[in-house]
Design a protein around this ligand. Sequence first.
Ligand code: PBG
Length: 331
Amino acid sequence: MTAAYPALRLRRTRSTAWSRALHREVVVSPADLIWPLFVTEGDGVEEPIGSLPGVSRWCVKGIAARAKEAVALGIPCLALFPNTPPDRRDPHGREALNPDNLMCRAVRAIRDAVGADIGILTDVALDPYTSHGQDGLIDDAGYVLNDATAEVLVGQSLNQAAAGADIIAPSDMMDGRVGLIRAALEGQGYQNVQIMSYAAKYASAFYGPFRDAVGSRGLLKGDKKTYQMDPGNAEEALREVGLDLAEGADSVMVKPGLPYLDIVMRVKQRFDVPVFAYQLSGEYAMIEAAVAAGAADRDAIVLESLTAFKRAGWSGVLTYHAAHAARLLRS
Ligand code: PBG
């Protein structure tokens, strides 16, 4: 191409700030951000999470305050994760079905605080509720049972929809659950509740701090490799996405984020549907560790990483830097 334009000097358009702005292909905005929040019991409680410096668990009231902050910052959606107390966990994750569990109370508190001014995404998986820390029900050998789990996930989804969730986000990676959840939502009058499927979710080493945050790290024995994806596979991610879309997912997610941008891009190119990415707890912790070590400038590295997601084709990103990034983008 360039050979046909011998005089072309690409650097010419980069030589001034106004020109760089004019030629920029991708610009991140606060409307691209989903802010993940951890909910905990108590009143007036903020618990900093050691492995996620700068991120806290908030009590239900605190979550409502974060929702107001998010609306003021132009963030369109929150993602909720509960830190269920140990005495409310059991091998079956029954607390997931309790209409007054932490998650449902947080959803209602957000709705009371900001009405329909923000979307509420609720994670569907049993790991914050099981005493063994797996996302599903297990047999005696510890193997996660697909079909039995999917049935419970349907109940969990309906419970969240009844509390007022806007987007149900199954993160468990059981086969067939999107179709079952979609049918149940339609059947119960929740036609407008969306499903954002964690379609391409890998058995990743980047989840560590999250498991601390929801209190499942110490409980988990073994790993999640029998149901989450092998990091060596990309074609399989496309098959997973295809199945979830066929079952009725409105949007799909790729997770982890930054190290898996090739997957984001391939999904976008193959299916051309809304694709979201999750910049994981481990990715956040890596950025913060680099900043603490004086190896990176936080503001610059946060915005650059978000720009990279968008360039790869995402519709939005779940990031623990959401509030910080929104502040930077608005200033
Ligand atoms: C639950 C779930 C996980 C994350 C989101 N939902 C952890 C896991 O699968 O073990 C990870 C999020 C993060 O690391 O920030 N199934």
